[in-house]
Design a protein around this ligand. Structure first.
Ligand code: PGA
Length: 217
């Protein structure tokens, strides 16, 4: 039974009120016994309203600066109060916010300095991966939010090659994963889990998706 990481990325969705409704409906069992880590990556405002939460929580971005005069930024130390994980390097941040490999490496350093575990996203098998990240997510840009997922066979091939080249231990696939396709990815020998965007927004659907994966184990 290989350990699995199943992460939900809510992106810029859900008010605190909507988050409370989601939590009410999110029911899954036996996750610990099945060696599965569930991480819900929510907006900063929602995160502080989610405790106590029976699974792991993550942020979706972190400042590359420490505290100080950086208007609008949320530091790693602030995140650590409400979450144990952070997504760094998501394609949407690279594209819409001009985040470069260099900036992302600094963000990883800041996250590690306070003990946050990093889910580091890469769009292909040539992008640099900073040392020490806990999980690497392979997310081809064309598959994110488009309904056109990569095949599990191709995801397996890319992930196996990155694992070998970069010496990464845990890798997950993301990009249009649904409740019907989740299992096909985790069945692949090199894929250790999934990063789920759209299909994590509905609590019952996300719970079904996770349950399908843990029953497969
Ligand atoms: P999607 O998003 O599942 O909606 O394609 C995945 C992601 O961006 O992490």
């Amino acid at each position: 039974m290989k350990p699995l990481v199943i992460a939900g990325n809510w992106k810029s969705n859900k008010t605190i009120a909507q988050t409370k409704e989601w939590i009410e409906k999110f029911k899954i069992q036996n996750v610990e016994r099945k060696n599965t880590t569930v991480v819900v990556c929510a907006p900063f405002t929602a995160l502080s309203s989610m405790h106590p939460f029976p699974f792991s929580l993550g942020a979706q971005n972190v400042s590359m600066f420490d505290e100080g005069a950086y208007t609008g930024e949320i530091t790693a130390k602030m995140i650590k109060e409400v979450a144990d994980w952070v997504i760094i390097g998501h394609s949407e941040r690279r594209k819409n916010f001009g985040e470069t490999d260099e900036m992302l490496a600094t963000k990883v350093e800041k996250a590690h300095a306070v003990g946050l575990k990093v889910i580091y996203c890469i769009p292909d098998d040539v992008t640099l991966i900073p040392a020490g990240v806990a999980v690497v997510a392979y997310e081809p840009v064309w598959a994110i939010g488009t309904g056109k997922a990569d095949t599990s066979e191709n995801a397996q091939a890319v992930i196996a090659s990155v694992k070998q080249k970069a010496g990464v231990r845990t890798m997950i696939y993301g990009g249009s994963v649904t409740v019907d396709t989740a299992v096909s990815y985790i069945e692949q020998p090199s894929i250790d889990g999934i990063l789920v965007g759209g299909a994590s927004l509905d609590a019952e659907e996300f719970a079904r998706l996770i349950t399908s994966c843990i029953h497969e184990q």
